[in-house]
Design a binder for this molecule. Structure first.
Ligand code: ZN
Length: 286
């Protein structure tokens, strides 16, 4: 069943768990994500950032939308890190039920104006909008990010939602996109999260959730965050297993090559769903 993000996150926020948002960029990763959600009776968010969107091509979404509409668990199709109204319009035309507009690299007024423009376009169409204030760091990968992390100021949150009407808000509490090198330990500011959780009028989103310490991510996922984005972790597991299989077997039939990679990706997603406490929560949406 396909929902909007507003419907998805309202339940997560009420019950204090997070829904995993997994970036896909082909039908194998789509299969990996949606099957894991169904096997674990978990709500799920399937998302693509603009470079991923362009890579798969618009026709791909006929399959994705139909698969999500028929899924046995609640699902959202979400545009991750949209940067322009044009990208947002394209995603909506392809059946997305939710978009992110990321004006976080602009100053406050520029970010608020861009976000409001997107909200004004999306709300009459019944599409949810995620915005971002503060900046998420960048390590690698197609989502981008800022060189320096600027932590979200709690006092900006209420003002920004009032100025824009956004439905959910990505906040910066110290994460970065991608996989951390071994000498770089992310430092999550859970104190800032708690401060924002106490005052925010909308559900909160955590980006850059890959390869963070499990305990910290779990703590964030049940302390006011309602959506956690994961791209790198599970895809890395998928492609590492795929490389091993190809090197070991030299197989050239999909049925011999992909199942182990899919299982490796599923294992990571299952683990994340447990950390987010969304395993078994699909029933709350009926
Ligand atoms: Zn992100």
């Amino acid at each position: 069943m396909l929902l909007t993000m507003k419907e998805m996150l309202a339940v997560a926020r009420e019950h204090r768990f997070s829904v995993g948002a997994f970036n896909i960029c082909d039908s194998l990763l789509m299969k990996t994500v949606i099957e894991t959600a169904e096997e674990n009776d978990s709500p799920v968010i399937v998302e693509l950032a603009p470079p991923e969107f362009d890579y798969v091509g618009e026709e791909f979404f006929k399959y994705v939308v139909e698969r999500l509409e028929k899924s046995s668990v609640p699902a959202v199709l979400h545009l991750d890190h949209g940067r322009t109204l044009d990208q947002v319009k394209k995603a909506i035309a392809c059946g997305f039920t939710s978009v992110m507009i990321d004006g976080s690299l602009l100053d406050y007024d520029g970010n608020a104006a861009l976000t409001k423009e997107v909200v004004d376009y999306c709300h009459p169409l019944g599409i949810s909008v995620e915005a971002e204030i503060g900046t998420i760091g960048t390590l690698n990968g197609p989502e981008g990010g800022a060189e320096e992390i600027v932590y979200t100021k709690p006092e900006d949150v209420i003002r920004f939602i009032r100025d824009t009407g956004a439905d959910s808000l990505a906040i910066a509490i110290g994460t970065a996109h991608g996989i951390y090198p071994s000498d770089k330990i992310p430092e999550l500011r859970l104190d800032i999260l708690r401060e924002i959780d106490a005052i925010t009028p909308v559900p909160l989103v955590l980006h850059g959730g890959s390869s963070n310490n499990d305990e910290e991510i779990h703590e964030a996922a049940v302390s006011g965050i309602s959506k956690v984005n994961i791209a790198s972790d599970y895809r890395k597991a998928f492609f590492e297993r795929l490389t091993d299989t190809l090197n070991e077997t030299h197989a050239f039939w999909s049925g011999d090559v992909y199942p182990e990679a899919i299982e490796a990706g599923k294992e990571v997603i299952r683990h994340k769903m447990k950390l987010f406490e969304c395993t078994g929560k699909a029933g709350l949406y009926k």
